[in-house]
Design a protein around this ligand. Structure first.
Ligand code: IMP
Ligand code: MG
Length: 183
């Protein structure tokens, strides 16, 4: 049987459209306008978190009309000592962040553990302030509370992909957000 038009298969799982492309773009535009108003005189530096946030960062950045900069960071995991388990370290920071208004751009905040790690490590660079813009947020999944300044969409605690988000590396190219179909 052919798949319905709004469904796709990625590797071994089926997904259906949950946030269409036009809705994403409209919301990204709104967030851009808010940031233009809020940070007009702050010369912000945006920090896109790779890989997932590349598409959101690119679309949002095009909406920014105030003086600003952008750079991209990655969280690298490596095995720590037996007591600490996996350690995650931010790599790619070669800009001066001291006394800057930093806007972290994330694809999704799920448990909040990743973002908490990022914000803690960024604090060490003594920025003036750290703001967070995330396209998606799963409030029901929260394990660590992190202040979110701009949220695109609050979504249920279900696995999603597309628009930069992946399933095992695939699906990032999809222009809309898809949700896993549970069977
Ligand atoms: P957290 O540390 O649990 O908040 O998870 C953050 C990271 O997990 C995100 O930056 C994503 O890379 C990944 N992630 C969390 N939920 C999803 C999802 O539903 N689809 C794809 N990736 C996800
Ligand atoms: Mg991510």
């Amino acid at each position: 049987m052919p798949m319905p038009k709004n469904q796709i298969r990625v590797i071994d799982l089926n997904f259906e459209t949950s946030i269409p492309e036009e809705a994403i773009h409209a919301r990204v535009k709104e967030i851009g306008e808010q940031i233009n108003n809020d940070l007009a005189d702050k010369n912000p530096i945006f920090l896109g978190i790779l890989n997932g946030a590349f598409m959101f960062a690119s679309d949002l950045f095009k909406q920014i009309t105030i003086p600003c900069q952008i750079t991209f960071l990655k969280l690298a995991s490596y095995e720590g000592t037996k007591t600490t388990g996996t350690v995650k370290q931010l790599i790619g920071i070669n800009q001066e962040l001291k006394d800057r208004t930093v806007v972290v751009l994330e694809d999704i905040v799920d448990t909040g553990i990743t973002l908490d790690t990022i914000v803690r490590q960024l604090s060490g660079y003594q920025p003036k302030e750290i703001l967070v813009a995330t396209l998606l947020h799963k409030p029901e999944a929260t394990k660590r509370e992190v202040k979110l300044d701009y949220v695109g969409f609050e979504i249920p605690n279900e696995f999603v992909l597309g628009y930069g988000l992946d399933y095992d590396g695939y699906g990032r190219n999809l222009p809309e957000i898809y949700t896993l179909i549970k069977d």
